[in-house]
Design a protein around this ligand. Structure first.
Ligand code: ATP
Ligand code: MG
Length: 445
């Protein structure tokens, strides 16, 4: 993408309404625009990151054997009357009437609708296990929408629902989600710690929240610092192997890590003093096992191998897709701007032309741009007729992890400069070598 042809409405001033750094940088980098409290347009740069996050979520869900579908944002109220939640949900639910005076709502979550789909089509244990998920906009009329996309009213969520014949199979689905989430967050450059949580209004036995540590997080968290060292990495987990998946979950949930809702001071005090941490965290996902709560009330039954009919065992599993942009920025920035991890960056690399209009510099930039494209890497080429300082400031603000700087002086020696946004270190190398290096960096991403 050439910057002169792009739409990147960068703000010079700090917007007064933004209280935390991620909100400030998302506005300044021209990623989002507020349209109403907690409701945003996604401008091109923000949309690119949102799409990257969706891609990672999709890839990891499909790797775990979960199947995508797409349910609508608007739902009939009657479905929610069946589970009893239409009255329970309260003012967070946006209720709407259509022209026929039918009661509708903008879905805050989809347990009822997915149960309705299931009961219409599945009747036998032979069709299980089954996990269906979608990435869809939700609406919750939050009392205090704030911090930009972190607590929106309209927000994008991945929500998945497992259907299993018995409790053991459903707990395996729960564990499978935990492992797939660990991998998902790691690919986004995040450490998200699974913490035992409180099941709240969804109800149920087992639930973990995934928290990213950040001073601006809304949850108070208590943990053994050793938990932050755990990494899943590139382990090849067989998602069908119950024991293997359970072992990974055990590894990640044995050390103490809880939110204030489930905090147990006695257990906490048993951790060696120097590893006892109290901090704040951002909830980027949550997994629930809730058994037959919805299937029993909504009549979603399957026949078992023994020929009896039982309500299907279920769980639901959510990732805050749009909130993740804020969480990633809270975890990865400096005083100049965002620092995107390679996995989610809107463009893999930026090209800065120090002297637009200089024949050699222009030609070298065009050459780099095309050579990168040939390797599947779309660079953001700053081809504006601007001072070098302004170009660097824009690149630093929008946070592309790598920058190639091209100027007549370097070119006279046959070199360009490759700079890491994270470390600030630069090296001079030939344009061809720079392309190779960037391609290598992204080969493993
Ligand atoms: P919170 O406690 O932050 O209100 P929740 O527990 O009500 O969230 P879930 O029902 O668990 O939310 O939804 C799954 C995920 O969706 C959450 O882990 C969070 O990342 C994201 N999410 C929930 N509410 C919002 C919101 N208002 N804006 C953006 N993301 C949200
Ligand atoms: Mg939650």
């Amino acid at each position: 993408m050439r910057l002169t042809r792009y739409f990147l409405p960068v703000l010079k001033e700090n917007p007064a309404e933004a209280q935390i750094v991620s909100h400030r940088y998302m506005l300044r980098a021209g990623m989002i625009k507020q349209q109403a409290a907690g409701i945003y347009s996604w401008l091109p740069l923000g949309l690119r990151v949102l799409r990257r996050i969706e891609t990672i979520v999709n890839e990891e869900q499909e790797r775990a054997g979960h199947i995508p579908l797409l349910m609508p944002t608007l739902q009939p109220a009657d479905l929610w009357r069946e589970s009893g939640r239409y009255d329970d949900y309260g003012q967070e639910m946006l209720r709407i009437k259509d022209r026929q005076d039918r009661e509708m709502l903008y879905g805050p979550t989809n347990e009822e609708m997915i149960t309705d789909i299931f009961r219409a089509h599945v009747t036998s244990y032979k069709d299980l296990p089954l996990t269906l998920y979608h990435i869809q906009w939700k609406f919750r009329d939050e009392m205090r929408p704030r911090f930009g996309v972190m607590r929106g009213r309209e927000f994008l969520m991945k929500d998945g629902y497992n259907f299993d014949v018995d409790r053991d199979a459903a707990l395996h689905a729960y564990n499978r989600h935990m492992v797939s989430y660990l991998r998902t967050y790691e690919r986004m450059g995040l450490t998200a710690i699974p913490m035992r949580a409180d099941s709240g209004p969804i109800g149920g036995d087992d639930t973990h929240e995934f928290l990213v540590l950040a001073a601006t997080g809304e949850s108070e968290v208590f943990f053994d610092s050793a938990v932050t060292e755990l990494k899943l990495g590139n382990r090849d987990v067989d998602y069908d192997n119950r024991a293997e998946v359970a072992a990974v979950c055990k590894e990640f949930t044995t050390l103490y890590a809880r939110t204030d809702e489930t905090h147990d001071p006695a257990l906490f005090d048993a951790i060696p003093q120097e590893r006892r941490k109290v901090a704040r965290g951002i909830e980027v996902g949550q997994i629930f096992y809730f058994g037959t709560k919805y299937s029993a009330s909504m009549g979603a039954e399957v026949t078992t191998a023994e020929g009896t009919k039982v309500p299907v065992e279920m769980g639901s599993h959510g990732i805050g897709v749009s909130r993740l942009l804020g969480a990633i920025i809270e975890a990865s920035h400096d005083d100049k701007g965002i620092i995107w991890p390679e996995g989610v960056t809107p463009f893999p690399v930026g090209i800065v032309n120090l002297k637009q209009g200089d024949a050699a510099a222009d030609a070298a930039c065009e050459g780099l741009y095309k050579a990168l494209a040939a390797k599947g890497l779309e660079a953001l080429y700053d081809d504006r007729d601007e001072r070098a300082g302004a170009k660097f400031a824009t690149m630093d603000l929008i946070g592309l992890p790598w920058r190639i700087t091209v100027g007549p002086r370097g070119l006279a020696n046959g070199v360009v400069e490759l700079t890491s946004r994270r470390t600030g270190t630069s090296e001079e190398l030939s344009p061809e070598a720079a392309v190779e290096r960037v391609a290598q960096i992204y080969a493993g991403v």
